[in-house]
Design a protein around this ligand. Structure first.
Ligand SMILES: CC(C)(COP(=O)(O)OP(=O)(O)OC[C@H]1O[C@@H](n2cnc3c(N)ncnc32)[C@H](O)[C@@H]1OP(=O)(O)O)[C@@H](O)C(=O)NCCC(=O)NCCS
Length: 166
């Protein structure tokens, strides 16, 4: 087994169509009803903006580094309003602060584009994501009853619509 260390080399890069192969495994691991590759591709370019977070791991024995994907976000910007379409942290890296880093990056990017209002939708049972959003100043503004197929595979789950301003 390789002896690896983790220097502080996390970095964001814009998501391009060629990244989808690498990001689909994270999408599949993170959601009970993940986007298809086709949907993912349709959310790259045009009014969409997205970045992936990666880190370089130094393989000490070989004196070389390899890149590991941590997570990504996809946003949509239209006429002063931005929507968070997707945000994922690979399960083995969850709970370590990366979600907060990704959300802040999304908010910064949206602001640069000119957004003054931010929206998102989250499953009613996704408490981890709701806590992340509430801590970033989002508040619940609406609820869509039975909007999502249930993550348990039986029945439906509400969507909570959240928003914040700049
Ligand atoms: C939601 C998600 C992006 C959060 O990423 P993360 O790296 O695990 O989150 P962080 O470690 O940065 O935690 C940020 C905040 O989220 C909340 N949070 C994270 N995990 C939580 C948990 N298991 N229970 C409750 N709150 C939690 C906390 O408020 C936390 O802040 P704190 O540590 O100061 O208390 C990640 O869990 C994920 O990818 N989930 C699957 C995909 C998903 O549900 N995306 C959202 C779709 S709307």
């Amino acid at each position: 087994m390789s002896n690896t260390s983790k220097p502080d080399t996390q970095h964001f890069t814009a998501i391009e169509r060629t990244d989808v192969d690498k990001l689909m495994p994270i999408e599949l691991a993170c959601h009970s009803h993940p986007w298809s590759e086709k949907t993912f591709l349709s959310c790259i370019g045009g009014r969409y903006f997205g970045e992936k977070l990666g880190e370089f791991l130094q393989v000490i024995e070989k004196d070389e580094s390899c890149e590991q994907g941590i997570g990504f976000y996809i946003g949509e910007y239209v006429a002063g309003e931005a929507t968070l379409m997707d945000i994922c942290v690979i399960p083995t890296k969850q709970g370590k602060g990366y979600g907060k880093v990704l959300l802040n990056q999304f908010l910064t990017h949206a602001k640069k584009l000119g957004a003054t209002k931010i929206f998102l939708e989250v499953r009613a049972k996704n408490i981890a994501a709701q806590m992340l959003y509430m801590n970033a100043g989002f508040i619940e503004i609406d609820r869509r009853t039975g909007y999502y197929p249930s993550s348990s595979g039986f029945g439906y789950e509400d969507a909570i619509v959240m928003s914040r301003s700049y």
